[in-house]
Design a protein around this ligand. Structure first.
Ligand code: 0L1
Length: 258
């Protein structure tokens, strides 16, 4: 039978995940001691710790929106995490692997909001608020040993959020399904998929995010970035690699690994 953590233990869990993120020293999974609501409460505490260090929220990211990711990690429910300015790397910029635990990269689609969206918003308002779309790379890095976790574990660890890179923004188009996605290392294919691998159509992530904003009571301010989740399984980063993601009709985004 599972036992849950008290307030002091939740605070301690947040502090240890925050420290793991800062030092690159992995921590043990919480396993059955954590439920999903408590996991989101730890995630909120992580955001507060980062804000207290001067970081600014830049958006939200979804996880496990593709079968490939669910199969890779052995979980089956959509999750949401936060993004901050400290996680952003400019297109073509560099990432040092120093201080990371076991980083992996995924090709994604990013949306940008022109107006604020929250629990009271309708699906129509959310769709209308998406002003731009871009190819993106997400670097994930689980702070748990061996990149293994339960669903509450990964939620508590801010859905393994680590860094992200946004490619050229394009005006929003409703035709996002069925586009080829290629993740490349030094120009050679490392993973391939389709934007349809993201819930059938990346746009279908938006109502799911709206439902989570209502459930967990968060708003997504104007100007925020939304990462819609990976189109392929994640690939381990290697020092010296030039990583790029091509999304048919949307362009290319790249990252240099140091
Ligand atoms: O795009 C995604 O599905 C990200 C999931 C992040 C969780 C993980 O695989 O560590």
């Amino acid at each position: 039978m599972s036992t849950t953590l008290n307030e002091a233990q939740l605070e301690h869990a947040a502090a240890s995940l925050d420290s793991a993120q800062l030092t690159g020293q992995a921590v043990e999974q919480f396993g059955d001691s954590l439920d999903l609501d408590q996991a989101y409460s730890i995630q909120n505490q992580l955001l507060e710790l980062r804000r207290n260090r001067g970081e600014r929220s830049t958006g939200r990211k979804l996880g496990f929106t593709s079968e490939a990711k669910m199969a890779q990690m052995g979980v089956s429910e959509l999750i949401v995490g936060f993004l901050t300015d400290a996680m952003e790397i400019s297109d073509g910029g560099s990432l040092s692997l120093k201080g990371l635990v076991h980083p992996r990269v995924e090709p994604e689609i990013a949306f940008r909001l022109s107006t604020s969206i929250g629990p009271e918003s309708t699906e129509e308002q959310f769709l209308a608020a998406v002003e731009a779309v871009a190819p993106a790379l997400e670097v994930i890095d689980s702070r748990y040993q061996n990149f293994r976790f339960s669903l509450p574990d990964v939620v508590a660890d801010n859905t393994s959020a680590c860094r992200y890179v946004i490619g050229p923004w394009q005006p929003m188009t409703p035709k996002l399904a069925g586009r080829a996605v290629a993740l490349k290392f030094d120009g050679a294919p490392a993973a391939e998929g389709s934007t349809s691998d993201i819930l059938g159509d990346p746009l279908l992530t938006l109502p799911r995010l709206l439902a989570m904003s209502a459930k967990y009571g968060f708003t997504i301010p104007a100007g925020s970035v939304i990462l819609a989740g990976a189109a392929t399984a994640a690939v381990a980063l290697t020092p010296g690699a030039l990583v790029s993601a091509d999304i048919e009709g949307l362009g290319t985004v790249s990252l240099n690994v140091e």
